[in-house]
Write a protein that binds this ligand. Structure first.
Ligand code: ADP
Ligand code: MG
Length: 413
């Protein structure tokens, strides 16, 4: 029976949205979801499979799942496209078909808000139920409207097994989508947890840095209370006092900007500014470890990404570099743009202990760490964030000489 190959083709096309689901999750755009499910909808309608004298068309699966995951706009667009394309295919009473579809659309719109908040199990059950509802109401209503009152007993009951197969396929698809979603969510959680760990680890050095200006301020206030002080000296002292307080303030606000909750926005990032900001946040930590930070770049360059995530990646690399230089050293951040390939190469270089090739290869895998309190999540997060920006990382290192991170990112505009 040759329907098997058609069936497998159809089943495969239904799975198509899974491949691109990560993108949908990233951009969270209803039009994107609509387009993603429109393709299988059109293809399944164009190539229906005939099984046991009844037509197995899987159009209901992308229709239902795309509507429930995409939201109200996506639902209307998908139902509209279904009707429009059905009209193009011809041989149908469009008004009757529309009326037959209406109960399902209403049901979907009714539960769409609850669906978004439901857990995976509930989502699977819901899709199974709606699939069954759709397949039951649409054909029976349609033939009833067409005047064929015997359709239910003549044909529908016989096609029930096929309908159940379809509902099960829809449920499996939801299961897969949910697995992907959970995976993405776990990755996001790791990024956040890792950030909080960095925040707590550099807290001590920030506190230490703030203490210095405070001690200075204290000394000058003592001097100011001397009644024999000339006006000129008094002015000079209060000037220094204010400068030191400003310094303390800027150390604290840089630190707080790291701890601030992040949004998910993708935006143009000025690379030079991002490097300066990251180095400011790291400066207390660097000072405590006798590390000098050097920034170098010529032309301004812009890349696309999430600002705070990108900064987190730079800070993680810089923090590792500082930790690799227990006796102090130099941490250099620079970039060069390449107009020919429309890319920018960011180089983060340290003069620390370095790694051998086996250690380099293990970078990025969780739990690989050579530190007492290390987790190995730092580099995993770095790789994740840079990959999310369509970037590429290469690590060069020599034991005892230092490590260089080369990050290539596509240029914006
Ligand atoms: P952690 O810092 O918690 O150990 P990371 O994922 O940030 O976890 O780093 C993993 C390991 O990679 C570190 O323990 C260290 O051995 C090595 N490493 C990372 N960056 C450098 C570097 N710049 N120089 C030397 N070793 C490094
Ligand atoms: Mg680290």
């Amino acid at each position: 029976m040759h329907f098997h190959s058609d069936l497998i083709l159809n089943a495969f096309i239904i799975l198509l949205p899974l491949i691109f689901y990560r993108l949908v999750y990233k951009y969270k755009n209803p039009v994107f979801v609509f387009l993603l499910f429109l393709v299988p909808l059109i293809i399944t309608m164009t190539f229906p499979v005939e099984v046991f004298n009844s037509v197995l068309d899987l159009r209901g699966i992308p229709l239902i799942i795309g509507s429930l995951y995409g939201g109200i706009y996506s639902s209307f667009l998908l139902f509209g496209s279904l009707l429009a394309y059905r009209q193009i295919l011809g041989g149908i009473d469009l008004i009757h078909y529309m009326i037959a579809l209406l109960p399902t659309l209403v049901l979907i719109l009714f539960i769409i808000k609850k669906f978004a908040k439901a857990n995976s199990k509930k989502k699977m059950l819901t899709v199974f139920g709606i699939c069954l509802f759709l397949r039951t109401t649409v054909v029976n209503l349609y033939y009833l409207l067409e005047g064929d009152a015997n359709y239910f007993t003549d044909s529908f009951v016989a096609s029930l097994p096929i309908i159940l197969v379809q509902c099960i396929m829809a449920t499996i698809l939801v299961f897969m989508i949910e697995t992907i979603r959970n995976n993405i969510q776990i990755q996001e959680e790791i990024i956040k947890t890792e950030k909080m760990k960095v925040v707590s680890e550099i807290a001590a050095s920030v506190a230490h840095e703030v203490r210095n200006p405070l001690t200075t301020v204290r000394g000058f206030i003592q001097l100011l209370s001397d009644p024999t002080l000339t006006d000129r000296k008094r002015k000079e002292f209060s000037c220094i006092t204010l400068e030191e307080l400003d310094r303390a303030e800027s150390i604290i606000s840089d630190y707080l900007s790291l701890a601030k909750p992040q949004n998910e926005k993708l935006e143009p990032i000025l690379l030079g500014k991002a490097l300066v900001k990251a180095s400011q946040i790291l400066s207390s930590y660097a000072n405590l470890h006798n590390v000098e930070i050097i920034i170098n770049y010529d032309l301004p360059a812009t890349v696309i990404g999430n600002k705070s995530k990108f900064r987190q990646a730079i800070i993680n690399i810089g923090k590792n570099a500082i930790e690799a230089m227990p006796d102090g050293g130099k941490l250099s951040l620079k970039y060069v743009t390449d107009d020919h390939s429309r890319s920018v190469t960011l180089t983060i270089c340290d003069t620390g202990v370095g790694m051998n090739s086996e250690q380099i290869n293990r970078l990025g895998s969780p739990y690989y760490s050579t530190k007492d309190k290390g987790t190995g999540l730092g580099t995993m997060v770095i790789f994740n964030i840079i990959r999310g920006m369509n970037g590429h990382i290469e690590v060069q290192s020599k034991k005892g000489e230092g490590t260089t991170y080369l990050i290539r990112l596509p240029l914006h505009n």
